[in-house]
Design a protein around this ligand. Structure first.
Ligand code: FES
Ligand code: FES
Length: 158
């Protein structure tokens, strides 16, 4: 069984020499040096490891690399490929929507997934979309402000 996998990460086709059973999260962090996605629970419960797969939020701790051929993977780093914060990242910064920051990448990526399919989310739609992402510092109110503001700046807020 060949071990080389081709992964499409942040717009780049990357060949990685990894075991089939490895999770996307460990490959991103340990092999590709993309450490923005965090290991929280490792069980699909906290959302710290959230990435986009074909534009939709997914728990990278739960995805084996063998299932990702031909899929477009976007990490938090891929949201600002030229080093300029995107609207969500900037809005999180402006709203002070983080304390320790451990949940932040997952929150932003989950919010990006929402805005990809619904550029004009209501407050309750934002809450629902981020419901599975946990913040132990309790910055939920500011996170809600940040996502609402990002949508508004992008021309979509209701
Ligand atoms: S680390 Fe993946 S959901 Fe918690
Ligand atoms: S800012 Fe610390 S876990 Fe969310």
């Amino acid at each position: 069984m060949p071990r080389i996998k081709e992964l499409l990460v942040n717009g780049q086709a990357l060949a990685v020499d990894v075991d089939d059973e490895r999770t996307l999260l460990t490959v991103l962090r340990d092999d590709l040096d993309l450490t923005g996605s965090k290991y929280g629970c490792g069980e699909g419960e906290c959302g710290a490891c959230t990435v986009l797969i074909d534009g939709v939020a997914a728990r990278s701790c739960q995805r084996k690399v063998r299932s990702l051929a031909g899929k477009k993977i976007t990490t938090i780093e891929g949201l600002s490929p030229h080093g300029t914060l995107n609207a969500l990242q900037q809005a999180f910064l402006d709203a002070g929507a983080l304390q320790c920051g451990y949940c932040t990448a997952g929150m932003i990526v989950a919010a990006q997934s929402l805005l990809n399919k619904n550029p004009r989310p209501t407050e309750s739609e934002i809450v629902r979309a981020l419901d599975g992402n946990l913040c132990r510092c309790g910055t939920y109110t500011r996170i809600l402000t940040a996502v609402t503001e990002a949508a508004r700046r992008l021309g979509g807020a209701k």
